[in-house]
Every structure is written in structure tokens, then in C-alpha cells.
Ligand binder design. Sequence first.
Ligand SMILES: O=C(O)CCC(=O)C(=O)O
Length: 383
Amino acid sequence: MSIHRSGSLRITAPNELSLVAEDGSALALHPLWLRERCKDAASMDLRTQQRLQDPSDFPLELRITAISQPGSGIYRIRFSDGHEGTFSAADLLEEAALAPNSHDCPAPHMWDGSLSKLPRPRWSATPADSELMSWLEAFLGFGFIIFEGVPTQPETVLKVGAQFGFVRETNFGALFDVRSTPQATDLAYTSVALDPHTDNPYRAPVPGIQLLHCLVNETSGGLSTLVDGFAVAQALRTQHPGAFDILASTPVRFKYIDADTELTANASPIELDVTGALRAIHFSPRLDFVPLFAAPRLAAYYQARQLFDRRLRAPDFEIRFLLAAGDLVMFDNCRLLHGRTGFDPAEGLRHLQGCYIDIDGPRSLYRVLRRRLRDAGAARRSA
Ligand SMILES: O=C(O)CCC(=O)C(=O)O
């Protein structure tokens, strides 16, 4: 289903402004859709760009009573409530082109196990805007980025996280140490292999982005693994649509328990948005408990989960890499699954520090930088 609209603006009738597609089809812009986009001081607070009126108070029968084009790419529209608004064609076209589920940022560029060129830039505490933008483009497209050269001082992961968004504290603290310990409160804190999983599906909301920073790695195992959960879900949707639908519609209870914490959350392993597009993967075979449904429904669920899990664990979808001291991987915990191969703690120490940040931090930063780079470009051109 594509609701994404593109074309050009044209006055198609005395009181009608339309988006005209390349095939000639025209979509008249609804008077209320235009009215609630008025950007003048009577309609919005210009500093915050927040509306001053509740748009539900506009009359439902609002009409356009006049349209003129005072300049190239500018429309002046009078509405039947007496208000007049000035619109930039560029703004309206940009807005019209936004798909309902769009984040207005680079779309996921799905990948599988054949991905050979990993996004692996050298980290800097003070990157130029253009460098930061290239990191964000890589992260938003691939769902992950591996930084090299991050100083191995403890807690640096918090500094890197704060470059991209707000650090999300959990019961594991603002920062957690991933190393093998005797009384581990999570299997991550042992040396066993971890199959692909998303972190903390028992939490609502789940932490959006995870960072893992390697401080020491003296072992030959413990390779990091990543899988693009969206690519796997997409393959399942194509090959086994029935299984995909079951995983997108079965609420599973995820739970975590220790002495001080008892967290549970219900989520379907594959979460879709209102348009049916992939929104998130919630998958952790160590922690998932499907409710008691009738046997046929459970049988179908278990078969669907097995089909999904086998693909998640297949080498065709997985990438593996070694995190050496000073490497830091940041990944989208709503899209990617991560894991590691097992290691022998007798070989030496393997110590990572991790933290979470909210999912929308890098997107916000991307939009701010895009605005800043555009403004800088415009200023250069007019100089
Ligand atoms: O040890 C690793 O590389 C990964 C640990 C892990 O899965 C986690 O902390 O969530």
C-alpha cells in the first residue's frame, strides 16, 4: 500500500489547489488540511511552531474562497472563515511526500549475511557536522554502526551515547558491564554463546538503541553477531505469509525476574505499524512465554516461531565481527538482533560496557543537522 504522494502543485479550479501526479491524476488538497498548516502569527506561535488554535474548532464545512499565486512557488489562500494563509509550494510538496509511517529520515537499507563492507568509521568526540551526518546516515540505513578508536576509559560509552540521544537508565543502571561473573543476573554476564535476540523485550517501552563498547578482549571467541530482523521478517512474509501473520498478531509475554525487579511486557514478535509496515521485532527465546491458547493456535504459533528463529540463526542473514578494545557498536534494538559466540574465560578477560539510548535521538539529530547544513549551504550561495 503506497500512500506516498509526489507531483507538482497546480490550481485546478477557481478555488482548488491540487497535487498533480506525473500520470496527470490530481488530488485536491482538503481545505482543512491546508488551514491547519497556516504558518502565520495568528495561527501559530512562531518561536515554538506550535498551533495557537485547536484545529477541531475549524468548521468541518470550511471552504477555500480564493487562491492566488503572488510569486513563483507561493500560494495565497483565503478560507471561508475569513483567514488568509500564505503557503510555500516546497513546504506543501515535502509534507505531501511523507508516507504515513515515515520518519522523514533515511529509510532502512535491509541487509543479510552477505554484507561485507560494514559501516566502521573512526570515532571523534568533536566531529564536524558533515562527518556526524555521514555516521547518522549509515546508522539509520543499516541499523548499526561500529566506531573504532573509542578511548577505553570506563564509562566512555555514556559519552558516545549522549552524542546521539538521551541515555536510558534501567534496573541494570545507566551503564552495564558485560563480562563473565560467577553470580550472573543475566546470561549476557556469563561466557555462553548468545543466540540472536533483542534486548529487554520485557520492558515497556523497550530500549530503542543499544551501545556496546569493548574495553578489553583477550579471548579468541566472543565474536559479536548482528542480524537485520526486518530483512528476516520480510523474507518470512514472502515465503510463509501465514507464519508472518501469526507472529504479527500473537501477543507474547516477556519477563525478567531478579531479587529487586520483576518486569513483564506483552508484545508480538513482529510488530507492524498502522500501514502494515514493520515497526519492531521483539525476540528473545530465553524470556518469551506465549499465553495459553487452544492447541491448534499454539501449534501454528510454535511452527511460525520455529520458521522465524531458524532464519534468524541462519548464516545467510548473520554478520560476525570481533570487537577489539576501543571498538564500539551501536545498533537499533527495535530492528536488529544481536548475540555473540561463546568464549573461554580461561583465555583472558572480555569486558564490554553497554548503555541504551532512546530510539528517536539519532533521528532528531539527523533532522537538526539537515536543517543546519541546508541553511549553511543557502548562506554560502547567497554570499
Ligand atoms: O557479550 C556480547 O557481545 C553481547 C552481550 C549481550 O547480548 C547484551 O549485553 O545484551
